[in-house]
Design a protein around this ligand. Structure first.
Ligand SMILES: Cc1cc2nc3c(=O)[nH]c(=O)nc-3n(C[C@H](O)[C@H](O)[C@H](O)COP(=O)(O)O)c2cc1C
Ligand code: SF4
Ligand code: SF4
Length: 397
C-alpha cells in the first residue's frame, strides 16, 4: 500500500517509505526480495552483481563466513567471487524482482578495477545489462577499490569515469561511499558528478577481531586482503558504524542537496529518526535484517508513524532535515579547493581539427576560438569521449 504520509525519494525514484533493504545477504534471492516487499520495505538495493559468470569456478578456499559479535557488529570474511553475485544470476534476479514486485529495485554493481579503459568497458556493460534488466537505479559499489588517499589526477579520473558511466544509462546512478574514501574525492563527486544521490556507509575492512582467551588469536585467520583475488580479511558492519553514519549524514547534507540514503549500524527507530532529521531522505538496513528478519521493518514503520503523531509532524518530509538549523551555517561547507574546480583543457598538439567538439549543442566552450573553458566548462567530461584524438582532458595543473 502506498503510504503517502511516509513517502520520500531516492533521487528521482519515489519511495513509499524511507526503509530500504541495503545491499547484502538479504537482497540476493528473489524470495527474500518478495518478502521484503510483503513486510513493507520501501525498496531494495540488490547484493552487488559482478562481471563474472556462474560457471566460473570458485576455489574450495573461497569461503564466506559471517559472525555476529555482540556489541561489535557484524564481522565477516569473504572473497568477492563468492560474495558478489555472478552477472547472469544477478541480472536475472533484477529482471524477476522487477516483474514480480512493485517496489523500486536498485542494482548494485561491482568490478574490482576501475581506472583502465578495459575495466571501464566492463563497467559500461554491467550498467547496460542492469538497465536492460529493468533496474530503477544503479549503485556503484566501490568496496574493493582503494580510494583512500588520492592525487588530484586520480580524483579527476574517478569523476570522469562516474560521469561517463552515468551518461551511458537513463536510470539514476548512486555512488556508495565508505569512511575510508578520500574526502576530496567525495567533495569532487558531489560537485562534479551527475548522480541521482549518494548511498553510504559501506562496511569497512578491518584487522581481524581477536580472541583474548586464545592468546589473541584472530577469529578469522587465513587470507589477508588481496586486491587480485578479492580475498578480504575481516570486514565490519553494524553497530560500530553508527556514529559515522550520523556524522556523514550531517556533513553531506551541509554540503549538498543531493538525495542521501544513510545506513550503517541502523537498527532502532530513534537512530533512524536522527538520520532523517540530519537530512537523509531515506535509510537502508543490512545487518539488522540479517539478525532480526524483514518483519523488523513493520515495527520501524509503526514507531515512525507514532513519532510523527506525537510530535505533530504531518508527513515524513516535514521532519527530514529539521536538525540542520541547529548547526552553524559554515559547518561542513565545501571549501573552494583547487581539486574541485574541474575544467577541461585542449592539448593543442594532439588536436586534429576535426571540429567534432564544435558541433556539440550542449556546451558553449567550443562556440568561440580559442575555446573558452574558463567561462563555460562545468567539467561534465562529455567532450572527452567525443574527441577522437583524446585532445580534451581535465586541466589538472
Ligand atoms: C554480509 C554483508 C554483505 C554485504 N554485501 C554488500 C554488497 O554486496 N554490496 C554493497 O554495496 N554493500 C554490501 N554490504 C554493505 C551493506 O550494504 C551496508 O552498507 C553496511 O553493512 C552497513 O549497514 P549495516 O550496518 O546496516 O549492515 C554488505 C554488508 C554485509 C554485512
Ligand atoms: S568543455 Fe563542455 S563538454 Fe567538455 S567537459 Fe567542459 S562542460 Fe563538458
Ligand atoms: S574533437 Fe578533439 S580533435 Fe576534434 S577539433 Fe575538437 S579537440 Fe580537436
Amino acid at each position: 500500500m502506498w503510504d503517502k504520509r511516509l513517502s520520500t525519494s531516492l533521487g528521482p525514484i519515489k519511495l513509499k517509505n524511507p526503509f530500504l533493504i541495503g545491499a547484502g545477504p538479504a537482497s540476493m534471492y528473489l524470495d527474500d526480495i518478495k518478502r521484503a516487499e510483503e513486510e513493507n520495505a520501501g525498496g531494495v538495493i540488490s547484493k552487488s552483481i559482478g562481471a563474472h559468470n556462474s560457471n566460473e569456478s570458485i576455489k574450495p578456499t573461497d569461503i564466506r563466513r559471517y559472525k555476529w559479535i555482540r556489541g561489535y557488529g557484524n564481522y565477516l570474511k569473504s572473497t568477492y567471487l563468492k560474495e558478489i553475485l555472478p552477472m547472469d544470476y544477478g541480472m536475472r534476479l533484477i529482471e524477476n524482482a522487477k516483474s514480480q514486485c512493485d517496489i523500486p529495485i536498485i542494482a548494485s554493481l561491482f568490478y574490482p578495477y576501475f581506472f583502465e579503459e578495459n575495466s571501464i568497458d566492463i563497467w559500461l556493460s554491467l550498467f547496460k545489462e542492469a538497465e536492460k534488466a529493468g533496474a530503477d537505479g544503479i549503485q556503484i559499489d566501490f568496496f574493493y577499490l582503494d580510494l583512500k588517499k588520492m592525487c588530484n589526477a586520480d580524483i579527476y579520473r574517478v569523476i570522469e569515469i562516474i560521469n561517463r558511466l552515468a551518461r551511458s544509462v537513463k536510470i539514476p546512478v548512486f555512488p556508495k561511499l565508505n569512511i575510508r574514501m578520500d574526502d576530496d574525492l567525495i567533495d569532487g563527486i558531489i560537485t562534479n558528478c551527475n548522480v541521482g544521490g549518494l548511498i553510504y556507509l559501506d562496511s569497512i575492512n578491518v584487522q581481524p577481531y581477536i580472541d583474548i582467551s586464545n592468546k589473541g588469536r584472530p577469529i578469522f585467520d587465513g587470507d589477508l586482503y588481496d586486491s587480485l583475488t578479492g580475498a578480504s580479511n575481516s570486514v565490519v558492519a553494524g553497530e560500530p558504524l553508527l556514529p559515522f553514519t550520523f556524522n556523514y549524514t550531517q556533513i553531506l547534507r551541509s554540503k549538498t542537496n543531493l538525495s542521501l540514503s544513510a545506513g550503517g549500524g541502523l537498527d532502532k527507530w530513534q537512530d533512524i529518526i536522527r538520520c532523517l532529521m540530519l537530512g537523509a531522505n531515506s535509510i537502508h538496513l543490512t545487518s539488522v535484517i540479517m539478525k532480526k528478519g524483514f518483519q523488523h521493518i513493520n515495527g520501524l514503520k509503526e514507531s515512525l508513524n507514532k513519532f510523527l503523531d506525537k510530535n505533530e509532524y504531518n508527513t515524513l518530509l516535514d521532519l527530514i532535515g529539521v536538525s540542520l538549523e541547529h548547526y552553524p551555517e559554515h559547518f561542513g561547507k565545501i571549501k573552494s579547493r583547487e581539486t574541485l574546480q574541474v575544467k577541461t583543457t585542449l592539448l593543442e598538439d594532439k588536436c586534429v581539427k576535426c571540429n567534432i567538439c564544435e558541433n556539440m549543442v550542449t556546451c558553449n566552450s567550443f562556440k568561440s576560438i580559442p575555446y573558452n573553458f574558463d567561462k563555460n566548462c562545468d567539467g561534465c567530461s562529455m567532450c572527452h569521449d567525443l574527441c577522437p584524438a583524446k585532445a580534451l582532458v581535465y586541466d589538472i595543473h
